[in-house]
Write a protein that binds this ligand. Structure first.
Ligand SMILES: *Cc1c(COP(=O)(O)O)cnc(C)c1O
Length: 391
């Protein structure tokens, strides 16, 4: 008979830790799976992969990888070989592409964990050819730079390689990919320019699968889909093109506990630098999160250069109210002006939503002068995490 008692104790301990935490993060794995299916549907006849680099955008590569694998995802992208090795445990039969490719000293990861290097330069191709002539055949992919000027062979180098008559024997990638610089702007001329260059490449490597689009490119339409799409941020409920997250489920909810509620008089100031001056008698909630938790100082209520430059203000959400951040965010603590929340509705110990269903990650990002990607990948290690399993 299986003994589940330890598992139950673990679950109870976790639930207790979640209830008693200073700050906590809920990751809805079912929402991630639904978002992946949405991106699969929007990819038309192309297959949708899943991009899990940077610990699945900060949300946990083990849990996210397992949920997507269970849901049927079989193509994954990570940035680094270590990330691929980590993911392998949870995605045993998947194809795992490593976007930074293979460099001297990293080769063993690719063989030990059956990872596919996305080769990005002539040097990497030469290294790969040398190690495979020793180890035997191994799949690889090729990145071509069609205008981003980041990773990849130039278009000219790629065409030369395609025309090399000795190529198929020595070098036969399973996927050719490129990356759009302006996919977030549906009207950018550069999208069409990159598309044209990528079509040249796809024709030159006829018979090999191709991939051009991350989340944003999927929204550009079927011309951009090729064989495989590479959604990342969309899986986690964030905008790639403005407004597109509305079609997606909210994935991450970060909350932090109110430690103290204090009354302050009109004319008094709040936090470092005394940059927030109270215009009325106020109630302030002192909350257990700060910039060390990725609650970015830039989105402070006042007293940062970004606050002067960006119109939208940072808010939390509690008891049906959006409450503004008051003054500068500090390392471990943030102060919210809760004067407009009826006194009976909140008390110390309550949790305030920092990002989630009422404060979209892209709203917090805008207030901080950044993008949702950076908000998610900056979430610190102090949040007590809870994963909601797909139903
Ligand atoms: C990060 C990345 C993606 C995923 O991008 P999103 O905008 O998060 O969808 C896809 N392809 C490459 C090469 C990337 O670096």
């Amino acid at each position: 008979m299986t003994d589940y008692s330890n598992e139950l104790i673990d679950e109870e301990a976790e639930a207790e830790a979640f209830e008693s935490a200073a700050s906590r993060l809920t990751v809805d794995l079912g929402a991630i799976v639904e978002n992946w299916k949405t991106m699969q549907r929007l990819s038309g006849s192309a297959r949708a992969a899943a991009v899990l680099k940077a610990d699945a955008y900060g949300l946990g590569v083990e849990d996210v990888g397992e949920a997507l694998y269970e849901a049927g995802a079989r193509d994954f992208f990570v940035a680094l070989p270590e990330e691929g090795a980590n993911l392998r445990t949870f995605a045993p039969e998947a194809r795992i592409f490593v976007l930074s490719g293979m460099w001297p000293g990293s080769e063993q990861f690719f063989f030990d964990y059956d990872l596919v290097p996305v080769l990005i330069s002539r040097e990497q191709i030469a290294l790969f050819s040398a190690v495979t002539s020793e180890h035997g055949e191994h799949p690889c992919a090729l990145q071509v730079d069609t205008g981003f000027n980041r990773l990849g062979l130039s278009v000219e180098e790629a065409l030369e390689l395609a025309e090399d008559t000795a190529r198929p024997a020595t070098f036969s990638p399973v996927l050719i990919l490129s990356h759009l610089a302006c996919g977030d702007d549906a009207n950018a001329e550069m999208n069409r320019e990159q598309l044209e260059r990528f079509r040249l490449i796809a024709d030159a490597f006829e018979g090999i699968e191709t991939s051009l689009s991350a989340s944003a490119g999927i929204f550009l339409g079927s011309d951009y889909h090729f064989d495989l799409t590479r959604p990342g941020i969309a899986l986690y409920g964030g905008d790639s093109q403005p407004g597109t997250a509305k079609q997606l489920k909210t994935v991450a909810t970060a909350e932090a506990r109110i430690l103290q509620i204090r009354n302050a008089k009109a004319g008094e100031t709040v936090s470092y630098g005394a940059t927030w001056k109270l215009e009325r008698d106020s109630r302030l909630a002192i909350v257990a999160t700060g910039y060390a938790d990725g609650y970015m100082r830039a989105q402070s209520g006042s007293g940062t250069p970004v606050r002067d430059a960006v119109k939208i203000e940072g808010h939390g959400y509690i008891a049906g109210h959006r409450v503004p951040i008051a003054g500068r965010i500090t390392m471990d603590l943030t102060i919210f002006d809760v004067t407009d929340v009826p006194e009976s509705k909140i008390r110390p110990g309550d949790f305030i939503e920092l990002i989630g269903p009422h404060i979209p990650v892209d709203e917090a990002a805008e207030a901080a002068g950044t993008i949702g990607y950076e908000i998610l990948t900056s979430l610190g290690l102090r949040y007590q995490r809870r994963y909601i399993q797909p139903s």
